[in-house]
Design a protein. Structure first.
Length: 198
């Protein structure tokens, strides 16, 4: 009797294997053979679940971004407004091994997107999704009378993304996390949110 396969679980396992290979080899050095070997499966199984190499890279980029966003807003739980925004920042900054691993993959895909149009389009789509979620936080903050006057939502969202992407790159490339600068990242996150308060 054929073995039943949980397609969502198997796909998630293959994406996680892809992330591990990307962390080790970079996007340019990632091959379907390396992913299959990491996942302990055949190339045909990998292709069945995720398609060809470009399909795999786009799926892995989208999935890691979705994972980061999900963690950011799951961590906040029932929080809303500026509290949710602050929780989101804490969830995406590379302050522990899990967040640093996701950030590493995200940075690798950001660099690769410069020469891969499909990855670039996927990242733009991911940024549009996070922008809409952040817009909800700011709308809630405004409804709760938490925001100072004159706050421009698009500028705040741009600054949020710049803060996350910039500090992530510095942490991974220049060793901020290893040098104990996590507290500085927390202070930056708090200062970012506090300057929005009315």
């Amino acid at each position: 009797m054929p073995r039943l396969v949980d397609h969502d679980l198997r796909r998630a396992e293959l994406l996680a294997a892809t992330w591990r290979v990307v962390r080790e080899r970079g996007v340019e050095g990632t091959t379907t053979r390396a992913i299959a070997d990491e996942a302990g499966c055949s190339l045909s199984v990998l292709a069945h679940f995720l398609g060809g190499k470009d399909d795999i890279l786009v799926a892995a980029q989208t999935a890691v971004y979705d994972r980061i966003v999900d963690r950011a807003f799951r961590l906040g739980g029932d929080l809303s407004g500026l509290a949710a925004l602050r929780a989101a920042l804490e969830a995406v900054l590379p302050l522990d091994a899990e967040r640093a691993a996701d950030a590493h993959v995200n940075v690798a895909f950001a660099g690769a997107a410069l020469s891969h149009p499909r990855l670039a389009a996927s990242r733009r789509d991911s940024h549009l999704r996070i922008r809409e979620i952040l817009r909800v936080c700011l709308r809630e903050a405004r409804d709760l009378a938490e925001l100072r006057g004159g706050v421009d939502d698009d500028e705040v969202i741009d600054d949020f993304i710049i803060l996350v992407e910039g500090t992530t790159l510095l942490s991974l490339v220049d060793g901020w996390a290893e040098e104990g600068r996590g507290e500085r990242l927390n202070r930056l996150a708090t200062a970012f949110v506090d300057q929005l308060r009315g």
